[in-house]
Design a protein around this ligand. Structure first.
Ligand SMILES: NC(=O)c1ccc[n+]([C@@H]2O[C@H](COP(=O)([O-])OP(=O)(O)OC[C@H]3O[C@@H](n4cnc5c(N)ncnc54)[C@H](OP(=O)(O)O)[C@@H]3O)[C@@H](O)[C@H]2O)c1
Ligand SMILES: [Zn+2]
Ligand SMILES: [Zn+2]
Length: 349
């Protein structure tokens, strides 16, 4: 076996380049993964631009990682060599901070963050904390499982934890990597599902993904349309613009919730009136834990939910990243390594 591997690192802000790195052994409590696929999430922009808090360069981005375990560090007993596993954004908690001690490990104050505090999955090899990985079910191939590990879990967790009931009117704003999965989860969780996007081009795609109604914000006021439908119990805001989120509060039913999962650079402007008169609320939701990953994957297998993906060889990461940033991906760019291609060519077991 070669003692080096190919990775795509951010060497300086804005610069993604292919490098060859030495393979190292996993430390105590870690595993080494031979990566097959890694999705490109919009959050990777914070690594590529060098602005993620606590980030130092060079760093390999990528937190929608699927591959096979090829080496176990000392003390790892739950996982086996050859097992297919996934790694998401929050890939290990310290177990010591107050949220961890209260059992809220996704909000750990000192987490291991793939592609930020440690190298991520734009690579042929990744070292991960064994406590932070998830098992991948056989029903999902590696390229289609990858986006479920961030775009999928983030939207699924936010929706399933929102106290909603079957038949509720639920809208998903922003039809990108997160949003196109959010629409599918909302539909399969039993909600009357509205997709809110920009332009007519996404209407058919959104309806094919399960939306009952599509609102094109370039010609319609989303809040007014939602109010005519009776008001949304929840709106999952996945977009990258804060000024597009605040006005959505007026589209909520009494006690409705605007759940913010997109992380725009600009402010979310809020009008107090609809918040106060009607007890509406706004809150955020951060991805999820390894066991939430397994729930997301199991629900996706159960309900036949798949991301819509475009696969690209690892070496073309910079082009694929640019395509995502330009809003051209339909709907997730997924990097595949030569091991990923070899595995997908094998007949199903
Ligand atoms: N909370 C979490 O744990 C978590 C996890 C993953 C990602 N994120 C964040 O979620 C956001 C989306 O990530 P993604 O991977 O889905 O990105 P993406 O695939 O690049 O999609 C971009 C999204 O932004 C929307 N958008 C772009 N320009 C807009 C504008 N001018 N006004 C309104 N909406 C606009 C697009 O919606 P339309 O084109 O349909 O209007 C699309 O839904 C990012 O901010 C990312 O950092 C958060
Ligand atoms: Zn992500
Ligand atoms: Zn902690």
């Amino acid at each position: 076996m070669k003692n080096t591997y190919k990775a795509v690192e951010v060497s300086a802000p804005g610069l993604l380049r292919v490098v060859e790195r030495p393979i190292s052994e996993p430390g105590a409590g870690q595993v080494r993964i031979r990566v097959e696929a890694c999705g490109i999430c919009h959050t990777d922009a914070a690594t590529v631009m060098g602005v993620y808090p606590g980030l130092t360069l060079p760093r390999v981005p990528g937190h929608e990682v699927v591959g096979r375990i090829e080496a176990l560090g000392s003390g790892v007993s739950k996982w086996k060599i050859g097992q297919r596993v996934g790694v998401g954004l929050i890939a290990g908690e310290d177990g010591a901070c107050e949220p961890c001690r209260r059992g809220d490990s996704v909000n750990c104050q000192n987490p291991v963050i793939s592609g930020v505090t440690v190298d991520g999955g734009y690579a042929e090899v990744m070292i991960a904390e064994a406590r932070g990985i998830a098992s991948i079910p056989d029903e999902l191939n590696s390229a289609e499982a990858a986006p479920l590990l961030c775009a999928g879990i983030t939207t699924y967790n936010a929706l399933r934890n929102a106290g909603l009931r079957g038949g509720d009117l639920v809208a998903v704003q922003g039809i990108g990597g997160l949003g196109h999965l959010g629409v599918q989860f909302a539909r399969h969780l039993g909600f009357r599902t509205v997709a809110i996007g920009r332009g007519r081009e996404k209407e058919k795609l959104a309806k094919d993904l399960g939306a009952h109604v599509y609102i094109d914000v370039t010609v319609e006021d989303a809040a007014a349309v939602l109010q005519r439908m009776g008001g949304a119990r929840a709106i999952l805001a996945t977009g990258t613009r804060g000024d597009a989120m605040g006005p959505l509060v007026s589209g909520l039913a009494v006690r409705g919730k605007l759940i913010v999962v997109g992380v725009p650079q600009d402010q979310i402007g809020l009008n107090a009136f609809p918040l106060v008169f009607g007890g509406r609320s706004v809150y955020g939701s951060l991805t999820g834990t390894a066991i939430d990953q397994e729930d997301t994957l199991a629900f996706s297998a159960l309900e036949n939910i798949r991301p819509m993906i475009e696969t690209v060889p690892l070496e073309q990461a910079a082009d694929a990243y640019a395509r995502m940033m330009q809003g051209k991906a339909r709907f997730r760019m997924v990097l595949v390594t030569k091991d990923g291609i070899a595995q997908s060519a094998k007949p199903a077991a």
